[in-house]
Design a binder for this molecule. Sequence first.
Ligand SMILES: Cc1ncc(COP(=O)(O)O)c(C=O)c1O
Length: 495
Amino acid sequence: MLSELLLTEISRLRLQGKLPLHRQLYEALRRAILDGKLAAGDRLPSSRDLTQDLSLSRNTVVAALSQLAVEGYLVSHVGSGTFVKDNVPKPARRPGLAFRNQSAELSQRGHALATTFCASQLEIQPFTPGIADFNAFPVSLWQRLQNKHWRMTYPDMLDYNDSGGYAPLRRAVADYLRVFRSVPLEVEQVIITSGTQQTMELCAHLLADHGDTVWIEDPAYWGAVKAFMATGLRLHPVPVDEHGIAPQARDEATPPRLIYVTPSHQYPTGAVMSLARRHQILALARRHKAWILEDDYDSEFRFSGPPISSLAGLDTDQRVLYMGSFSKVLYPGLKLGYLVVPKGLVAAFKRAHYDLNRPGQMPLQAALAEFIEMGHFASALRRARQSYAERRRCLLAALQPCLGEDAQITGAEQGLHLCLRLPAAIDDQALADQMAKLDLTVRPLSAYCLRRQDAKGLVIGYGYARLADIERYGPLLASTVAAALTRLKARPKSS
Ligand SMILES: Cc1ncc(COP(=O)(O)O)c(C=O)c1O
């Protein structure tokens, strides 16, 4: 029955235009779900049966099912199959009374962007991961610098900029990266962007075509998922282990065009990519002629363990594009980041960045360059490191009582968050909901998972949590987790 329905829909789509096969199947299944022909909890035929019934290749079927899982329509349970998920977001079909709800008119991509992996930006409260303490930012000093540069501004500074950014800022970034991240680079390789989101989109636009495959860590950073969805790439989730992204031989059957990684401190598990794994990823990229997008978003904060060179620093083949951001050391709304591109790509990237983004903000960039040159960045970093080290210590101590065989901390060596790993049978979303009732934001690890079902835990930030809040709420967090673990243990095995 389902196969007939899908075949009819696929042939209709074929008549309408030239979608690749995996996209036709994806669309046919998606429509069946949205139209209610497949209901929540319905089990899909195995990919082998679909392959036979629809006369498609296994890769085509797997690609369509994976994309639907990534976008939240399907869920796989190891050993029992693939099912339609509960609460699949449906586009609204009828206009409301006061406002016409136009979400039904969104593109498929728009719909997926608006309904999946959404971070609520207003959740700035103790333990929210991914947020730095921007209360510590020296606002009046910054104001003085801004005023000075606005006073000195000449008309050129108000124009769009086609040179990759304000030269002294690019120089300052290059100096920093050479010394602290062992990135061998020349100033012209640095391009200033409006933050990592824009950097990722720029890389995706220039290095991959619509439908090309990007390998993405599973669990993954939502921002990266969105950037690659928006640029029409096919996401291939690769599970992360304690050494970072861990590709297996089966992953290479879906060769990557891009590999997006957060090797310094995997977001969200916190895994630090081992040196051996770094060499493996570089060799793999070389073999597949793929580009590595290295997101070094919080490498400024390393609290224990030996420093490890960036992937860009180990790259002998010019395959790594290195990206960083000022969001974590200064403040997120600054919206300034940087990209280091291999020499052979510099001219093309600058030209395309100009045409796609019309970059500017030169007085802001000039103020930031001076902020760095005068040593204010280094002092802000020093202060932040001290303060976060203390908060981290306090959080680790508070969590101690709930740790054990079933609750372990990963990723506390670096960055502004850690991950409390919990058994696969726990409902980490329910735990996060329980904390939310207390106005505390911890994120369930499962919410970052694209395909895998086994990663459960809580992603806990200490960047934005004041010491007093950690002292007050940390023990509450620990006791809530401990109680959930006790309940889990008491549960009859069959339930
Ligand atoms: C993995 C990761 N990359 C990058 C960023 C910074 O992004 P942006 O520069 O767009 O602020 C963040 C911020 O939370 C992040 O978690």
